[in-house]
Design a protein around this ligand. Structure first.
Ligand code: DGL
Length: 271
């Protein structure tokens, strides 16, 4: 049994969709979440900047005695995972491989779409992983750079003309390609499930990066003998790099539970 917490991070609040899955799948685990709200969005930044940010995020999380880290961020997973794994002597799980495995289990016509940030699509990581796992798969990628700022601003409801217009603009051409599976390759996007489903229609299955990586983490903890005692109730702690004031309200939406927790602000430049 290992009661040490798991570190989870993202550019902002999107990674909370992975926290929600973790709290369902591994309720006994303690979690330390860091959202880099001072520097969100990450999605349009260069590989060098992303690695710098990701190293700082990991250094902050490692100021706690952690047993593992989940990178609840597609952008960091697609650009910096290998380096972070090589530099750190604890297990680090990213979102790309587990999500691709799930998509390949789901697709029937082997036409898989992937929507993610600019940096993730530019990296080609999802595409390369899907092709490595199944050379016959056809992959169509599409960056959706306006989704993250709209989600961070709470524009996620059906009937919101701004998000619905943006979603149609991004997704209608993707739908026309005949994909039957769509990877939500950014952890912010599950908040837009209704909006995305409305455009893609019932014949396209959505696969969410955060949820699949939570299952992967569970498998890894079991294999390494790192699970916490299942009779315990784990607690999350939340840290952000900018105004914690709005955190409770917005985090309740992401977590789909009433937040009893407040977030603490840290200075990420110190790490
Ligand atoms: N939620 C993150 C991702 O999964 C980052 C989005 C962003 O900051 O642009 O890619």
């Amino acid at each position: 049994m290992d009661a040490r917490p798991i570190g989870v991070f993202d550019s902002g609040l999107g990674g909370l969709t992975a926290v929600r899955s973790l709290r369902q799948i591994l309720p006994e685990e303690n979690l330390i979440y860091f959202g880099d709200t001072a520097r969100v969005p990450y999605g349009g930044r260069s590989k060098e900047t992303l690695l710098k940010y990701a190293r700082q995020d990991v250094r902050f999380l490692r100021s706690f005695d952690l047993k593992a880290i989940l990178i609840a961020c597609g952008t960091v997973s697609t650009t910096s995972l290998d380096t972070l794994q090589a530099e750190n002597d604890l297990p680090i799980v990213g979102v790309v491989e587990p999500t691709c495995r799930r998509a390949l289990l789901v697709t029937k016509n082997k036409k898989v779409g992937i929507i993610a940030t600019l940096a993730s699509i530019r990296s080609g990581a999802y595409e390369a992983t899907l092709r490595r796992l199944d050379p016959d798969v056809e992959v169509i990628g599409k960056p959706c750079p306006l989704f993250v700022p709209l989600v961070e601003n709470g524009r996620i409801q059906r009937g919101d003309v701004v998000i619905e217009t943006v979603a149609k603009e991004y997704l209608e051409t993707l739908k026309a390609t005949g994909i039957d599976t769509l990877i939500l390759g950014c952890t912010h996007y599950p908040l837009l499930t209704d909006i995305i489903s409305d455009v893609m229609g019932p014949d396209v299955t959505l696969v969410s990066a955060g949820e699949e990586s939570a299952f992967e983490l569970k498998r890894m903890l079991k294999a390494e003998g790192l699970r916490a005692d299942e009779r315990c109730q784990g607690e999350p702690e939340f840290y952000v790099s900018d105004r914690p004031e709005d955190f409770e309200r917005i985090a309740s939406v992401f977590l789909r539970e009433n937040m009893r927790h407040t977030a603490r602000r840290i200075n990420i430049d110190q790490y």
